[in-house]
Write a protein that binds this ligand. Structure first.
Ligand code: ADP
Ligand code: MG
Length: 271
């Protein structure tokens, strides 16, 4: 791993993974991961299906507990923190859609604070809806009366309800069409910047990681195998696994550029 990607110990990381290992029977889902996440950074966690991304992410909010090692939030072991308090500081956007179907949009957004014993005022729910560019009138709708993109906007609003400092997202846009996916990705990046969040986003899509993140971690078989800036990855850094993932969007972009050039010359020939 190169130092350019921010490897190495930070003075006050928001998150420190300290030799985190998680096994399921004989499967090592996460294998001795050590890594610091800096405040204000937008980190993408990329890798093939089954490489351990979700398991590592969930050790942050204790939905998974490491068998060995620790996860520290500002130096404090998350295992020693009250889950409701921890989960207010760490907003979580579930994989897929993940809204409760029998709750309204407002109830879905307010679920975290409610579990912590606090009612979320109506004005705050409307403010959260505005943040994700949904109409306040949507508060009383049921999830099945929303489009996929609108539902995932509600998922983001719910994750922000407790005013977290850290936002963790597990393939948040995976179920969406490409246009909705792009728009929501850019919205989340904008919220990250304007709210001053620290963000970790799991994705299997290297193009999404390169376009949105300022640091890309690559996992393979439970291990971190690359830790790079997007530009360094585009410049060929990160090793074989990382470059294999970068090759996919790069080849697509090259094929499209070719097609555009060819059709350009066709047009030129026609006039
Ligand atoms: P990713 O999110 O990168 O697709 P996961 O973290 O979900 O990967 O899974 C990593 C490995 O751990 C996989 O081999 C998966 O089958 C296994 N695994 C994950 N969760 C469980 C579980 N609850 N029980 C057994 N095996 C699991
Ligand atoms: Mg996963």
């Amino acid at each position: 791993m190169s130092a350019s990607g921010g490897a190495g110990e930070l003075a006050d990381p928001v998150i420190r993974f300290d030799a985190v290992t998680k096994r399921y029977g004989g499967v090592v889902a996460v294998d001795a991961v050590t890594c610091d996440i800096a405040g204000g950074s937008f980190t993408a966690l990329v890798g093939a299906s089954g490489s351990g991304k979700s398991t590592l992410l969930k050790t942050i909010n204790t939905l998974e507990t490491p068998g060995e090692g620790r996860v520290l939030l500002h130096g404090q072991d998350v295992a020693a923190m009250a889950p409701a308090r921890l989960r207010r500081r760490v907003g979580y956007v579930f994989q897929g859609i993940g809204l409760f179907p029998h709750f309204t949009v407002a109830e879905n957004i307010a679920i975290g604070p409610r579990l912590a014993g606090e009612a979320l005022p109506r004005e705050r729910i409307e403010e959260l809806l505005r943040l994700v560019e949904l109409e306040p009138e949507m508060a009383s709708r049921m999830p099945d009366a929303l489009s996929g993109g609108q539902r995932q906007r509600v998922g983001v609003a719910r994750a922000l309800a407790g005013d977290p400092e850290l936002l963790i997202m597990d393939e948040p846009f995976g179920a969406l069409d490409p246009i909705t996916r792009d728009a929501l990705g850019e919205k989340v990046r904008e919220l990250h910047d304007t709210l001053g969040l620290t963000t970790i986003m799991v994705t299997h899509d290297m193009a999404e990681a390169l376009l949105l993140a300022d640091r890309v971690l690559v996992m393979e078989a439970g291990r971190l195998v690359a830790d790079e800036h997007p530009r360094a990855l585009l410049g060929g850094a990160g090793g074989e696994t990382a470059q294999g993932l970068v090759a996919v969007p790069r080849e697509q972009a090259e094929r499209l550029a070719h097609m555009e050039r060819d059709s350009g010359s066709d047009w030129a020939g026609a006039v």
